[in-house]
Design a protein around this ligand. Structure first.
Ligand code: GRF
Length: 218
């Protein structure tokens, strides 16, 4: 693997970037199949930009408010991704909806992490949604991005029990620990080709163990 060409990855963030940091850390390993070559944010004040810069990763602050509409912002982002010769986009707390054209341009080449066990609890406030629904298991999902929000073929999921004492913050904190394990594992599977799209589902190569692809925690 260390001699194979690595998948060139851009990470898109809007905030603190803790998932981004977990991907950067994993990509330090010589045999990790992806290299992070760009971190971009639609918010110039995103804390994660400084973290990435400190790690020596090129960063771009692309203020979406500086562009007249969604298509204009997406075109600027697209130009940056093309210039950096990006193979795969990882959304990591990127809180902006794309135009259909942008999603189409990256179909099969863009993944996201969402803090619920999809298809449950799409959108925002997922931990409050889970508590209100009374589920006993909650978690996080890495999935391919499709035009429908928080849908798309699932690569990997991790689950945690919901405790009687949980509030949304406590649940979020325990799930974030799992996000930081899951996203690097899922990126490694996708970048190495051991997980790949087959129509509307993700299929795995024979060597992928249950622990790689499915529930990482319970
Ligand atoms: C994470 O919970 C992620 O699942 C969600 O937004 C949050 C981003 O956190 N999409 P961070 O910026 O990675 O710390």
């Amino acid at each position: 693997m260390s001699n194979a060409k690595k998948t060139r990855v851009a990470i898109l963030i809007s905030g603190r970037g803790s998932n981004m940091a977990s991907l950067l850390a994993a990509a330090q390993a010589p045999d990790f199949p992806a290299e992070i070559v760009l971190v971009a944010s639609n918010r110039p004040d995103a804390g994660g930009l400084a973290t990435a810069a400190a790690a020596g990763i090129p960063t771009r602050a692309l203020d979406h408010k500086a562009h007249p509409d969604r298509a204009a912002f997406d075109a600027v982002l697209q130009a940056e991704l093309v210039a950096a010769d990006i193979d795969l986009v990882c959304l990591a707390g990127f809180m902006r909806i794309f135009s259909a054209d942008f999603v189409e341009a990256w179909a099969g080449r863009m993944i996201n992490i969402h803090p619920s066990l999809l298809p449950l609890f799409k959108g925002v406030h997922t931990h409050a949604q889970a508590l209100a629904a009374g589920v006993r298991l909650h978690g996080c999902t890495v999935h391919y991005v499709v035009p429908e929000l928080d849908a798309g073929p699932i690569v990997a999921q991790a689950a945690v029990p919901v405790l009687a004492s949980d509030d949304a913050d406590a649940l979020a904190a325990r799930i974030l620990v799992q996000e930081h394990r899951l996203y690097p594992a899922a990126l490694a599977l996708v970048a190495s080709g051991r997980a790949r799209l087959d129509g509307d589902r993700v299929v795995f190569s024979d060597d992928v163990s249950r622990a790689d692809g499915a529930l990482l925690s319970l």
